[in-house]
Design a binder for this molecule. Structure first.
Ligand code: PMP
Length: 399
């Protein structure tokens, strides 16, 4: 017998599988609203000018040596300051264990492995719905997941009651994953008061927060504002873990640059935790890639370049916000009787349209518009050239 006759084909990834199908379509009017990658108004990928400038500065100026297991130290320090705040007490107190990761996916995976090894027997509470890869990550790390209610289809908003009720029953010591901002796929974030409520309950019940922050700056256009949930939890005295990604907010998708950090009680605890993060990384990939970390470090450590970058993040967020308005206006002008307020109420890169899987099929088969089956569209793929085509397709699918 052969070696691999028993290997069955794995199902396509629900998000990246959409891109595969899109690429195979020969219709010149096809639209890809599947993957969450920013596009400019002509539908092209955009390299941020601040990133180009950083590239120019680092080009030819460094060796191609290995980074340490934990990655570029200054990059990590810049990174946690961006998230926790320039003057965060936990940074001054050297309580933060940190390591450069392979973008957001890599830090989520490292956290899952860390949880499995050092928070033994604890489960991970994951919002329903969430980014589909979260399920794979914790499953492969052998950490059991429990889903907590997050989204209420009737209101197309947050199911706060369901969320609080579920978390109030979670055993002490459980870990709760929270999207720091711009929740994927729903585009629904808790308000400041709701975050305070969630934080208070989690403190009371001794639940550990794990923040996945893949879109800092993409929700409101303001990186500081988008860190508010995390900072509310810090204010409340939580210990927590954080995954940061520069894929979206710096457009560094393929560079795989991110940061994984854990806030501990003391410098000695942070040192031990950090050494165990490295112990997880070493047999997995040894050390992280260099180039992206150099770029991010250039940008975050130079006040004027950083200011420029903040402006570019805002530009991306603002273009997406204006496309939300335009899509809604187009649907309303077509006389569609349904309410489309949720398109402009939701924030971040995605819009959870409410389209059923059958309607999604119709969009794809009849209009060459590609999106995931849960009805999520990436607003970043919408532009002034394709918005009316999209509106007409949604209108005819939802009459
Ligand atoms: N978390 C969430 C919620 C995401 O949407 C994504 C990207 N789609 C990631 C993590 C990870 O992305 P990356 O590994 O490219 O940083």
């Amino acid at each position: 017998a052969g070696w691999f006759g028993h290997v069955t084909e794995a199902p396509r990834d629900p998000i990246l599988g959409v891109t595969e199908k899109y690429l195979a379509d020969t219709n010149p009017m096809k639209i890809n609203l599947g993957v969450g990658a920013y596009r400019d108004d002509s539908g092209q990928p955009w390299v941020l000018p601040s990133v180009r400038e950083a590239e120019r500065r680092v080009s030819g100026s460094h060796f191609m040596e290995y980074l340490p297991i934990g990655g570029h130290r200054q990059f990590c320090e810049d990174s946690v300051r961006l998230a926790y705040g320039e003057h965060a007490e936990v940074i001054k107190g050297k309580q933060v264990a940190m390591l450069q990761s392979l973008s957001g996916t890599g830090s989520c995976r490292l956290f899952a492995e860390f949880q499995g090894r050092w928070m033994k027997g604890s489960k991970i509470y994951i919002p329903q719905p969430t980014w589909s890869n979260h399920h794979n990550i914790f499953k492969d790390a052998h950490v059991h997941e429990v889903l907590y209610p997050y989204y209420k289809p009737e209101t197309r908003g947050l199911d706060l009651e369901g969320l609080l009720d579920c978390l109030s029953k979670a055993p002490a010591g459980s870990v709760v994953m929270l999207h720091a901002c711009a929740h994927n796929p729903t585009g629904v974030d808790p308000t400041t008061e709701q975050w305070q409520q969630i934080s208070g309950l989690m403190r009371e019940k001794r639940l550990f927060p794990f923040f996945d922050m893949a879109y800092q700056g993409f929700a409101t256009g303001d990186c500081e504002r988008d860190a508010q949930a995390l900072r509310i939890f810090l204010q409340d005295g939580h210990r927590l873990a954080l995954s940061q990604s520069y894929a979206k907010n710096m457009g560094l998708y393929g560079q795989r640059v991110g940061c994984f950090s854990i806030v501990c009680d003391s410098p000695s605890e942070a040192k031990a935790v950090e050494s165990q993060m490295k112990a997880l990384a070493r047999p997995m990939y040894s050390n992280p890639p260099l180039h992206g970390a150099l770029l991010v470090h250039q940008i975050l450590s130079d006040p004027s370049l950083k200011r420029q970058w903040f402006g570019e993040v805002k530009l991306m967020a603002d273009r997406i916000i204006s496309m939300r308005t335009l899509l809604r206006e187009n649907l309303e002008q077509l006389g569609n009787p349904l309410s489309w307020n949720h398109i402009t109420d939701q924030i971040g890169m995605f819009c959870f349209t409410g389209l059923t899987p059958e309607q999604v099929n119709k969009l794809t088969n009849e209009h060459s518009i590609y999106l995931t089956r849960n009805g999520r569209i990436s607003m970043a793929g919408v532009n002034t050239g394709n918005v009316s085509q999209l509106a007409q397709a949604i209108h005819s699918a939802r009459e």
